[in-house]
Design a protein around this ligand. Structure first.
Ligand SMILES: [Zn+2]
Length: 407
């Protein structure tokens, strides 16, 4: 297998999580009776451009099905993040009624609704029908396609180029990252701005966030690698901000290579920090497997001890992170009898692989678990606030990554 960006042969295995089903392939009661497809879940690092990437095995359309269950608007903190982003961009780029904003992977309109409200013309690009339906109900125009260079060419042949292209939390999910980036170039107006947000590989390494690895998440990116990919597409990264989402993300600002805006010192400082942390050295990547296995072992020991003490266990948050962690650890319903999630689209279904049933959060009030394992540790504070009532019966919260912590 060759690197998706630079085509150099991949030699260094970074992480092997065994086999897992696609993390969004929630099962219905009926499909529990059917065989379930598991794919290898392995990451390699390219020792030329340092792109960390999943092993190739399946086409994107097998992963993003029509009943794709992830609706961005379910998370309140995520909605607030999107609103802050919209306000910041409107001010920084002086956007108005004559501007044009494109969002790639616009999901259920969680972000573009803010541009719509302030009268800034926008277009969402979103291949999954269930979320596109929700965005259109808000009045947001949606093109139901995967973004690519050829789609960008069609877009600009009968429409304007964009002043702002937002591709927040999609870049890491793109199988052909070079083609996608060339598409950004095509769709961007001269003087326009691209923003990408993605989990920062530097934080994944620092905090052993191996549970952020799943099949739909093809690339694990450093600023250094994104600069290479942009350069290859005649684009340039001119600014970067570190943001707290997903346990440590970066927001990269891109422009045409010949854009007049100067590259900020934030870019050079972060590139230098990445280098200091060894992100361009093979040895930084090879120890990671052991750290992931330690977390897995600690979780199992914890759950088994709690079970032996007769504690009632529950999990919260049926997201991809939890699927990866529970599948890797081999946790089934004997250790975690159910997981609660606020998204109605997931309730009464089952987690892929482990077949843990997904129930409404109301169940927590009824069954009064002693221990609630929060799987999406990145929204821990929000969950602990919402479920603060478990303190009434002495309940505690637990997160497993980067190590077992009881709150
Ligand atoms: Zn490469």
């Amino acid at each position: 297998m060759n690197c998706r960006h630079c085509q150099y042969p991949l030699k260094t295995l970074f992480l092997d999580l065994g086999f897992a089903p696609p993390s969004n392939a929630y099962l219905s009661c009926d499909s529990l009776q059917q065989p379930e497809t598991h794919f290898p879940l392995k990451l390699f690092v390219c020792d030329q451009c340092w792109l960390v990437q999943t092993e190739d095995y399946a086409a994107a359309d097998a992963l993003f099905s029509d009943d794709y269950a992830y609706f961005s608007s379910v998370s309140k903190s995520w909605l607030a993040h999107a609103k802050r982003y919209t306000e910041a961009m409107t001010q920084r780029l002086d956007l108005g009624a004559n501007s044009f904003v494109i969002e790639i992977a616009s999901n259920d309109g969680y972000l573009l609704r803010n541009f719509l409200e302030t009268g800034i013309p926008c277009l969402g690009i979103e291949p999954t029908n269930s979320t596109a339906d929700a965005a259109e109900k808000l009045g947001i125009p949606v093109l139901r396609q995967f973004f690519s260079e050829s789609l960008a060419k069609r877009l600009v042949s009968d429409g304007p180029q964009a002043d702002l292209i937002a591709a927040n939390n999609v870049y890491a999910h793109v199988p052909d990252i070079n083609d996608f980036t060339k598409g950004l170039k095509v769709a961007l107006k001269p003087g326009g701005t691209i923003t990408l947000e993605f989990p920062h590989l530097m934080r994944l390494l620092e905090f052993t966030q191996f549970d952020t690895v799943y099949h739909e998440h093809y690339s694990y990116l450093s600023l250094y690698t994104v600069c290479q990919i942009f350069d290859n597409a005649e684009l340039r990264v001119f600014d970067v901000e570190e943001i707290p989402t997903h346990g440590g993300s970066i927001r990269v600002f891109g422009a045409h290579a010949d854009d007049k805006r100067e590259t900020t010192s934030a870019v050079t400082a972060l590139l230098s920090e990445e280098n200091q942390r060894g992100m361009r050295q093979v040895k930084t990547y090879v120890d990671f497997q052991q750290q992931a296995e330690r977390i897995k072992d600690d979780l199992l020991i914890f759950l088994i001890e709690q079970k032996r003490q007769g504690k009632h266990l529950a999990a919260y948050g049926a997201a991809a992170k939890g699927c990866t962690l529970l599948n890797f650890a081999g946790v089934k319903t004997d250790l975690l009898p159910y997981v609660c999630d606020a998204a109605p689209s997931k309730q009464d279904k089952y987690l892929p692989g482990t077949h843990v049933p997904i129930l409404s959060p109301d169940v927590i009030q009824e069954r009064k678990p002693d221990v609630v394992v929060i799987l999406p540790w990145n929204i821990r504070e929000e969950v602990m606030q919402q479920l603060a009532f478990i303190r009434e019966w002495g309940g505690v919260f637990v997160t497993a990554v980067p190590h077992i912590e009881v709150f």
